[in-house]
Design a protein around this ligand. Structure first.
Ligand SMILES: Cc1ncc(COP(=O)(O)O)c(C=O)c1O
Length: 390
């Protein structure tokens, strides 16, 4: 073999079967080959194990799919390059022209936009309700044959807790499927409820380190297999290196989750005792409207604490800018603490009535707690409240 050939056909290095790496290698390969055309075709037809093209499947992605499905208590998972693309694949694969969807004002903005604007253009209709309006959900299901109910719990940013048992029962009684964006609840929560499809942004708690994006759709095999063909054609694939980073992050998922929940609880309690704060939302706080439901439904109340500064919007900007340990930025669930100021989260694309359902007010601040020392975080919050005249 001449040098020009050798550098493109590298020497083979394979491990003996009794010699395994403790961390699975990244299969950073787009293509996988068989020596035989017949075997290649058998793999395409699903008649034998193996991989062929990474837009369709890849061993590093497969490992992540298996662990995420198991954490969520389902038997199949489909990975995508972001949380939003996981939602778009699920919606596009489950819906067709003429279908009706129930959505909620509290949903993540791009999810609402996908259903109402994008799918609206393709003949999908929707009804928007408030998440706690169970009577409204029942009525909407009675009034219009519905394919899908799309919801979140806890919601972002106001942390309303959905009644999973009631919502899934109401939907199923009328033949509708349920799709839960479970990002804020974490990867291990809500699996025992009768939810048909879970969507996660893996950008958040799964990787945990704020250095990789990803998304997952998790459901029973029959639903995921139904989505795979559409996903292959749409092409929102997760890169194997991203999957590897998420797998690495997952090893500390529960340690991070526990530390973040403990920080959030202490911070929520601290904020609840401050005169500058008119309201704190955290499902772990006694008296929070979501407390009883969350205590029944969730293991750990999550890493997000949302509160209202009585002095409103501008005080919120001064407060966020006065913080030293919390970065002003998007996203959540990372090892570092983050803040979103009121001026950064006005409800968009909603009527005045729908905006009121979201619970977002002029002084609403969202914190995402990291894994820093709790006393340092509280000292930072205290000095920022005092300096900003919160
Ligand atoms: C509840 C929720 N769902 C989905 C997403 C979208 O995830 P990604 O940014 O990975 O597309 C986010 C991002 O903030 C989110 O908060």
């Amino acid at each position: 073999m001449k040098p020009r050939t050798r550098v493109t056909h590298l020497p083979d290095v394979s491990l003996p079967p009794d010699n395994r790496p403790l961390v699975a290698p990244i299969y950073q390969s787009v293509k996988f080959s068989f020596d035989d055309v017949g075997e290649t075709r058998r793999q395409w037809a699903g008649q034998r194990a193996g991989f062929y093209y990474s837009r369709v499947s890849n061993p590093t992605l497969r490992q992540l799919e298996l662990v995420l499905a198991e954490l969520q208590g389902r038997d199949a998972c489909l990975l995508t390059g972001s949380g939003v693309s996981a939602m778009s694949v699920a919606l596009l694969a489950l819906l067709k022209a003429g279908d009706h969807v129930i959505v909620f004002a509290e949903l993540y903005g791009p999810t609402r936009a996908l259903v109402q604007r994008l799918l609206g253009r393709y003949g999908v209709s929707s009804t928007m309700l408030a998440l706690d309006d169970l009577v409204g959900i029942e009525r909407a299901l009675e009034a219009t044959p519905t394919r899908l109910v799309v919801f979140e719990s806890p919601t972002n940013p106001v942390l309303k807790v959905a009644d999973l048992e009631r919502i899934t029962a109401l939907a199923h009684a009328r033949g509708a499927l349920t799709l839960l964006d479970n990002t804020l609840a974490g990867l291990h929560n809500h699996g025992r409820f009768d939810v048909d499809v879970y969507v996660h942004s893996l950008t958040k708690f799964a990787s945990g380190h704020g250095d990789v994006m990803g998304g997952a759709v998790i459901a029973r095999r029959e639903l995921i297999e139904g989505m795979r063909g559409d996903a292959e054609n749409l092409g929102p694939t997760l890169d194997p290196h991203a999957a590897f980073l998420i797998l690495r992050g997952l090893k500390t998922y529960f340690l991070r989750w526990d530390a973040q929940c403990a920080n959030a609880q202490r911070v929520a309690e601290f904020l609840g005792g401050r005169p500058e704060v008119s309201r704190v939302r955290y499902p772990g706080l006694p008296g929070d409207p979501g407390q009883a439901l969350a205590a029944r439904q969730m293991e750990g109340f999550g890493a997000i604490v949302t509160f209202d500064l009585a002095a409103g919007l501008e005080a919120g900007t001064r407060f966020a800018e006065a913080l030293e340990l919390f970065s002003i930025t998007a996203s959540l669930g990372s090892t570092e603490s983050l803040v979103v100021a009121p001026a950064m989260q006005p409800p968009r694309g909603l009527t005045t009535e729908q905006a009121a359902w979201t619970g977002i007010g002029p002084g609403t601040v969202r914190l995402s707690l990291g894994i820093e020392d709790t006393d340092d975080l509280i000292a930072d919050l205290r000095q920022a409240l005092e300096r900003s005249g919160g």
